[in-house]
Structure formats: C-alpha cells, structure tokens
Write a protein that binds this ligand. Structure first.
Ligand code: SF4
Ligand code: SF4
Length: 168
C-alpha cells in the first residue's frame, strides 16, 4: 500500500508522459535498460520501498542518496515508481517553492534531458510541478525533496567543474 501523498503524485502520470508519442522510440527505451555490473536504479520516494518489497522482479539497494530500485527492464505501467514517471525531470524545492528541473543524472542516457524543457509536453512539466507541490505538503517527502535538491545542486556543480576542466 502506497502512502496517499505518493499515490496522488503518481496518479498525475497515469496517462501522461514527456511527449505525446512514445519517447522510447527515439532512444530504444534507454532509461529502462539495466546496465550489467553497475549500481544503477531509480531513486524511490519515502514510502515506495514497501510496495516493491512485495513484488517479484525488483531489487532494492540502500545507498547514501536513498533506496534505489532495480527492475528487469519491463514493468506494468501501474507499478512504475514516481521517479520513472517524472523522468527526465524532477521537482526541486527552493526557498520560493517548487521548481521543475532536468535531472542531472538523466543527461547521460536521455535525449530529452539534453533539450530544453520547452521540447516536452507543457502538461507533463506542469504535472511534475504539481507532484512537487503535493509532496511538499508532507513532512517526510519535504525532507526528501530538500535532500534531492541539494544532491542535484552538488551534481550540477561537479558537472560544471568537469566541463571547465575539460576546456583548460
Ligand atoms: S531515455 Fe528519455 S527519451 Fe528515452 S524512453 Fe527514457 S525518458 Fe524517453
Ligand atoms: S520500473 Fe519500469 S519504467 Fe522504471 S526503469 Fe524499470 S521498466 Fe522502466
């Protein structure tokens, strides 16, 4: 059973994806391909772990960033975790509220993440913002969003540093 706040956020994406067409046709479903030998996976939001612990074909790994979900590369649409539904975007929590950002980890795999958000369906971008607003009303989710925001800022700063170093 999912916490109500997660169920509401997930439901926003029951019929909504980044493009009107199947974006997996562009990349061969790159974000769903498991990478052998690598500790990849989708970050679960608080309360999602118990849902997957009860399902076969999923593996949970505790990391410093949170619990990662590894799948077989195929899933029932209803079972998609929130991170997969939001991908390649994320709702970040700033002092002035929820901001929609491209996931810094997505650029390596997702062609959509390398474009501006304007290339995505506006309804999808709005739903990511709304999911962030719903989550931010819950204490545990708000703490998680703040941690996620700090991790993304750190990762983006590192990426900028690598880009600068590469040009020296
Ligand atoms: S990697 Fe990006 S473009 Fe490809 S299926 Fe995933 S979200 Fe769509
Ligand atoms: S859970 Fe589903 S949507 Fe998410 S990576 Fe696995 S196959 Fe793709």
């Amino acid at each position: 059973m999912l916490p109500d706040v997660i169920a509401r956020a997930r439901a926003l994406f029951d019929d909504l994806t980044p493009l009107r067409t199947d974006c997996g046709l562009v990349c061969g479903g790159a974000c769903c391909r498991p990478l052998e030998g690598e500790n990849t996976g989708m970050l679960l939001f608080p309360g999602e772990e118990a849902y997957y612990a009860a399902l076969p074909d999923y593996r949970l790994t505790a990391t410093e960033a949170g619990t990662l979900l590894t799948c077989s590369g195929q899933c029932e649409r209803a079972d998609r975790p929130l991170s997969c539904r939001l991908f390649p975007l994320l709702p970040l929590l700033r002092e002035d509220g929820v901001r929609v950002a491209t996931d810094a980890r997505a650029k390596a795999v997702c062609p959509l993440a390398r474009q501006s958000k304007a290339a995505l369906l506006p309804e999808f971008v709005s739903a990511v913002r709304e999911a962030g607003r719903i989550l931010a009303q819950d204490d545990a989710q708000r703490v998680f969003l703040l941690r996620l925001t700090a991790q993304q800022d750190e990762l983006k700063a590192l990426q900028r540093q690598f880009r600068r170093d590469a040009h020296v």
